[in-house]
Design a protein around this ligand. Structure first.
Ligand code: TYD
Length: 207
C-alpha cells in the first residue's frame, strides 16, 4: 500500500502523520515513512538545488523536471523496494504536489505535469492520498510561529500562489475521488490525528 500525504505549507500533515504512524507501528504494522523531494542521498542533492533560496532564477519547467527526477530516484531506491517487501510506504508529498504547485500555481498545466511524471514514475500512482486541507493564510501563519522550520524557496511565494496550490489540490480531489480523502486540518490537532488514523485503518482493513 502506497500512501501519500499532501497539503499547503503549514497544513500540519507531517506532524500529524508522525503521531499516527507511531500508533500504527505499535499495533505491528510495518511502515516506512519518507518524503519528497529527497528521501535518498541523490534525491536529497536534487532537493537542495530546488529549495535553495538563492536559486531565484530557476525556470519553472526546469523546476518541474527536477521534482520528477528526484521522484524517480526515490521510487527506485526506496519506494518500490519497500512496497515489494510488503511494507506500507507513506510519503510526505508526491505527484500531486507537482500537479498543484507546478501544474496549478506555476501555470504549467496539469496535463503537462502528468505527462512528465508518467515518464518518471512509469505510471505509479498512490493507492491513497490524504489531503490536509487548510486556508493557506492560517498555514503560513503557523509556519511563521514555528522557529524550528527552515524557510525554503517556495515558502517565499506570495499568498496568492499558495491559494492556487490549495485550489488545485481541491480540484484534484474531485478528479480522483477514489484515491483522495480530504481532512479538515483547521480542526483541533487530536481530532485531525484521530480522523487520519481512522481513514488509514479502514483502508488497511479493506485490503
Ligand atoms: P518541504 O520543506 O519538504 O515542505 P513541507 O514541509 O511543506 O512539505 O519543501 C517541499 C517544498 O516543495 C514545498 O514547498 C512543496 C514543494 N513541492 C513542489 O512544488 N512540487 C513537488 O513535486 C514537491 C514534491 C514539492
Amino acid at each position: 500500500m502506497f500512501i501519500t500525504i499532501e497539503g499547503v505549507e503549514g497544513s500540519g500533515k507531517s506532524s500529524t502523520m508522525k503521531k499516527v504512524v507511531e500508533r500504527l507501528k505499535k499495533e505491528g504494522y510495518q511502515i516506512v515513512t519518507t518524503r519528497e523531494p529527497g528521501g535518498t542521498p541523490i534525491a536529497e542533492q536534487i532537493r537542495n538545488i530546488i529549495l535553495d533560496v538563492n536559486n531565484t532564477n530557476l525556470d519553472a519547467r526546469a523546476e518541474a523536471l527536477l521534482y520528477a527526477a528526484s521522484r524517480r530516484q526515490h521510487l527506485i531506491e526506496k519506494v518500490w523496494p519497500n512496497l515489494k517487501d510488503g511494507k506500507i510506504v507513506i510519503c510526505d508529498r508526491y505527484i500531486d504536489s507537482s500537479l498543484a504547485y507546478q501544474g496549478g500555481a506555476r501555470h504549467l498545466g496539469i496535463e503537462n505535469i502528468i505527462n512528465i511524471n508518467m515518464f518518471a514514475t512509469e505510471n505509479t500512482w498512490p493507492d491513497l492520498t490524504l489531503l490536509f486541507d487548510i486556508d493557506p493564510e492560517i498555514g503560513l501563519r503557523r509556519i511563521a510561529q514555528n522557529n524550528n522550520r527552515e524557510v525554503n524557496r517556495l515558502d517565499l511565494e506570495k499568498l496568492d500562489f499558495h491559494r492556487n496550490v490549495r485550489k488545485t489540490f481541491l480540484e484534484l480531489a474531485k478528479k480522483y475521488p477514489n484515491r483522495y480523502v480530504i481532512i479538515d486540518s483547521s480542526k483541533p490537532q487530536n481530532e485531525v490525528e484521530n480522523e487520519t488514523y481512522k481513514i488509514i485503518k479502514e483502508r488497511l482493513n479493506a485490503n
